[in-house]
Design a protein around this ligand. Structure first.
Ligand code: SF4
Length: 502
């Protein structure tokens, strides 16, 4: 379904894109199923599920990064618990960048049981007014919750009541948790609100590139690498949404192009800007590893007609970093890995580890997008299905730790590479060295790829911590469960579907 930035609602990924949270098979199975337009990839429902995450957490977490925005969360205070981590992280980021965050606020209507009967629109109005007068933000996002959604609170209906009193955009965000099992739907909801309520039509063209990401390249001083790469073709970055200002967001339509470090995260905004304002969305591989970085840099350079300048920059970097990388690759070659991440990063990091000569045994994606809003298959997944040197197990798992614990126990890889902090610790508990790719720029460009390869080698060769830890941990999983096999490729395996827990 094409994006309509004027629409009141942005539907879930399940209904827009046919995305799923359960699949068990191999990469080749997936390739075959995707070849019929994605319609053959059916969701495998679970009869048991551990806790996962909620789209409102994602949506409001993203929007909270905007320095002069306020969030009014219309729900029980428990839903707003997400604000705890958000405040400190983004305050630190703004501090590091020297940006003003004094107008940011995260407030909540604290809905109670009686509100589910009588409604609490009046309370919501009061909280919006109080937030506006106390913090003077440049935009107020009203975050919905399951409770406000179930009782049908009319968030759009109250906007007229503030005319003449509040002269900033007030943007309802329909992030009711029950709306989607895929937390990444929250990314789309946040970006829909930015597109609908903040971005203005272009007045002039700038030399800016919209970079939609998570952590803004502060670790490892990656910003200097990004600056150099863009500078080689006369461009500058606008980092968003974290630590962006409302004014910067208003001008996104004037940019040369939109790129993202993770297409699972940023595709909605990129495709939306392209459709509404003609800003090209770069559909390259993400800028990680050598293949990904070069594809990203070249496609960006092509948009501004500066391919020769970019090639000169890439050659200089290659000459410096690739000989060093080759030496590390020699030591990594033949190691075995299991990867668990969101679908974009998972396909992406699988490709990078394969560049290092590491054999992938199993890839777990937190969900699967068969396509994006332009009807195209995610680039990193497509590349993987067409170029992987070996077939491997592929499953879709929305952070169900019990499933990947079973897999790790069966596969016993040299390393587990994951991207969500609550997952790597479990691998360590059974003696598998693990690495959390928390920083999205971890393997950006040549320098980042070399650093990542060196870190992996350190982790694989220094295993004693994980091994010792495993001797002192009592797992909550039974021996029976840990020895179940459902892998499609393992010898003797009979079960191909997700297993019922008895
Ligand atoms: S919105 Fe719903 S799923 Fe999300 S935290 Fe609140 S009650 Fe839970």
């Amino acid at each position: 379904m094409a994006i309509n930035i004027n629409s009141k609602l942005c539907d879930s990924r399940e209904s827009r894109l046919g995305s799923i949270t359960g699949f068990s098979g191999s990469l080749n199975d997936l390739k075959q199923d995707l070849s019929c337009g994605g319609g053959c990839v059916e969701n495998k429902g679970r009869c048991f599920s551990q806790a996962s995450s909620c789209p409102s957490n994602c949506a409001l977490g993203q929007l909270s990064g905007i320095n002069d925005a306020a969030i009014v969360h219309h729900g029980p205070s428990g839903c707003a618990a997400t604000a705890i981590g958000i405040s400190s992280n983004y305050d630190l980021l703004a501090g590091a960048l020297g940006r003003d965050r004094s107008h940011f606020a995260y407030t909540c209507t604290d809905m109670k049981e009686a509100d589910t009967v009588f409604g609490s629109i009046e309370t919501l109005k009061e909280v919006i007014l109080e937030t506006y007068h106390r913090y003077h933000p440049k935009v107020i996002f009203i975050g919905a919750s399951c409770v406000s959604g179930v009782i049908g609170e009319d968030l759009e209906g109250l906007l007229d009541d503030f005319k003449g009193e509040i002269d900033i955009p007030i943007a309802p965000v329909h992030c009711e948790g029950f709306k989607s099992q895929i937390w990444a739907t929250g990314f789309d909801l946040a970006q829909h609100a930015i597109l609908k309520y903040i971005v203005k039509p272009p007045q002039k063209k700038s030399n800016k590139v919209n970079i939609y990401g998570f952590t803004q390249g502060l670790s490892w001083n990656t910003r200097s690498d990004i600056k150099q790469m863009l500078g080689a073709i006369g461009l500058e970055a606008t980092y968003l949404p974290a630590s962006a200002s409302v004014e910067e967001l208003e001008h996104l339509s004037e940019a040369v192009a939109t790129v993202t470090t993770c297409s699972t995260l940023g595709s909605y905004l990129g495709i939306g800007l392209e459709k509404a304002y003609g800003v090209p969305f770069v559909r390259s591989l993400p800028p990680h590893g050598i293949v990904g970085f070069e594809d990203y840099a070249r496609q960006l350079a092509k948009i501004v007609g500066k391919e020769a300048e970019m090639e000169a920059y890439l050659q200089k970097e290659r000459d410096f970093y690739l000989p060093k990388l080759e030496k590390v690759k020699e030591k990594l070659r033949g190691k075995r890995a299991v990867i668990a991440m969101g679908p974009g990063f998972g396909a992406n990091y699988t490709r990078i580890l394969q560049e290092f000569g590491i054999k992938i045994e199993h890839l777990l994606a937190w969900h699967l997008d068969k396509q994006y809003d332009d009807g195209k298959q995610p680039t990193a997944l497509k590349y993987l299905t067409e170029n992987s040197p070996n077939n491997f197990n592929y499953s879709v798992n929305d952070l169900q730790n019990y499933e990947f614990m079973n897999i790790l126990n069966n596969v016993k890889p040299d390393v587990f590479v994951s991207r969500h902090p609550g997952s790597t610790v479990w691998a360590m508990k059974i003696g598998v060295p693990a690495y959390c790719v928390y920083d999205e720029y971890n393997s950006f460009g040549y320098r980042g790829t070399l650093r990542f390869a060196q870190t992996l080698l350190d982790i694989i060769t220094n295993r004693s911590f994980a091994e010792n830890l495993s001797k002192h941990v009592r797992l909550p999983y039974s021996k029976w469960w840990m020895e179940q096999k459902y892998d499609a490729l393992y010898e003797g395996s009979e079960v191909k579907e997700l297993v019922d827990v008895k």
